[in-house]
Design a protein around this ligand. Structure first.
Ligand code: SF4
Length: 219
């Protein structure tokens, strides 16, 4: 099966899925959108109110900010595959529960396998934990890490900057480096080569001490 066919199959399965209780609050499932050949995959947390209404990821205020961030770093949203760790809206935008993350993980794993992106940008701590378990987002945001031949770049969720304006400059600074990371991943050709595991690529120099600990529990 071709990657776009696999993504279509996953989208159909997600729309009918009852693997976890989040299907009760689902109006429209949000499997994700973007090209099957995307070099960059962005993975957020879960659909919010507007995403649940429209069946598309990042269409609310956080999505508008994400669009602006992508524009400033010269990357078109249409070239990025955007999805979430859970495909149905957690009621009241609460955090997804461990059993919900587990139930939904197979869909995301299959999307990653089909798309085979060079760079995965995690938006928020839930998607970050999938690739970089045990780290603190305040200490690693904006840095890059090789995992299984892909560059993983953890970033704050755009909603974090909307809720905590003090984070906005940090988010903008992290996104400003995205083109550089894509270039690095292209040069290494990691998607097609033997995986390089557990290699920390580089750091931004952002000190955890710059961030407010109280901001981190949400994101
Ligand atoms: S969140 Fe994922 S596992 Fe849960 S019902 Fe929706 S698609 Fe299925």
């Amino acid at each position: 099966m071709q990657p776009d066919q696999i993504l279509s199959t996953i989208a159909r399965q997600v729309s009918e899925c009852k693997r976890c209780p989040l299907h009760y609050s689902r109006k429209k499932a949000v499997p994700g959108e973007g090209p099957a050949q995307a070099e960059i995959m962005m993975i957020g947390e879960g659909p919010g109110f507007y995403e649940n209404e429209q069946g598309r990821p990042f269409v609310g205020a956080a999505g508008k900010f994400l669009d602006e961030l992508l524009e400033t770093c010269g990357i078109a949203r249409k070239d990025v595959f955007i999805t979430n760790v859970v495909k149905c809206r957690p009621p009241g935008n609460r955090d997804p529960q461990p059993e919900e993350l587990e139930a939904c993980s197979d869909y995301l794993d299959r999307q990653i396998e089909a798309i085979n992106p060079r760079v995965i940008v995690t938006l928020g701590r839930f998607s970050m934990a999938k690739f970089l378990p045990g780290v603190k987002i305040s200490e690693v945001h904006g840095q890059s890490f090789w995992r299984n031949g892909r560059l993983i770049v953890p970033m704050y969720h755009p909603a974090a900057a909307l809720h905590q304006p003090s984070l906005k400059a940090s988010v903008e600074r992290d996104f400003a480096r995205l083109s550089e990371y894509v270039q690095t991943a292209r040069q290494r050709g990691q998607a097609a080569e033997k995986p390089v595991l557990e290699e920390k690529e580089e750091t931004t120099g952002d000190s955890p001490a710059k961030d407010q600990p109280t901001q981190l529990s949400l994101f």
